[in-house]
Ligand binder design. Structure first.
Ligand code: SME
Length: 160
């Protein structure tokens, strides 16, 4: 059953984060600077994350970009793991239990759930935004919609 109070609270929370992100990125369009800021912003403002950051499209491979969290795998082929699935399909992957996901790449054994959002601008896949959590089923549909909205703000305010 949908918990309406939690949904409304969640949406309000992401509305506030959206306004903060707009302000944070307003004066700069450089990709590395904004991607680094966005990673740090997510890691500090979204609860229960152990990794937040970017993998970038380099010739149909994902290459590690700016992030917060533990050291991670550097290159991931399209189609491999959760990030590779998001890149290949260009569809957000919301995984409640990463250990049940075929081919999941365990960079940090503390991770239990994951949300990966493809970053597409003018039809081009720039890369993916990857969020990991030690909590099982950390990301709800409200989280997915809210975080996709934040990714959209990043893409609009950044040269890429
Ligand atoms: N678990 C990811 C790999 C990236 S790390 O979590 C930072 C995956 O399966 O794609």
């Amino acid at each position: 059953m949908i918990d309406l109070n939690a949904t409304v609270e969640g949406l309000q929370g992401y509305g506030l984060l959206a306004a903060q992100l707009e302000a944070l990125l307003a004066d700069e369009r450089d990709f590395i600077a904004n991607a680094a800021q966005f990673s740090a912003f997510l890691y500090s403002q979204v609860e229960d994350l152990n990794w937040a950051g970017f993998y970038l499209n380099r010739n149909e491979q994902l290459l590690l970009g700016p992030f917060q969290g533990q050291v991670a795998c550097v290159r991931i082929p399209f189609g491999r793991g959760v990030c590779g699935a998001a890149a290949a399909s260009r569809e957000t992957q919301r995984v409640e239990d990463v250990h049940a996901f075929p081919g999941h790449i365990a960079c940090d054994s503390a991770s239990n759930s994951e949300l990966v959002i493809p970053l597409v601008k003018d039809g081009r896949l720039i890369g993916v935004l990857d969020l990991d959590s030690p909590k099982l089923a950390r990301f709800s549909e409200v989280d997915q919609a809210g975080l996709e909205g934040l990714a959209g703000i990043f893409l609009r305010l950044t040269d890429c």
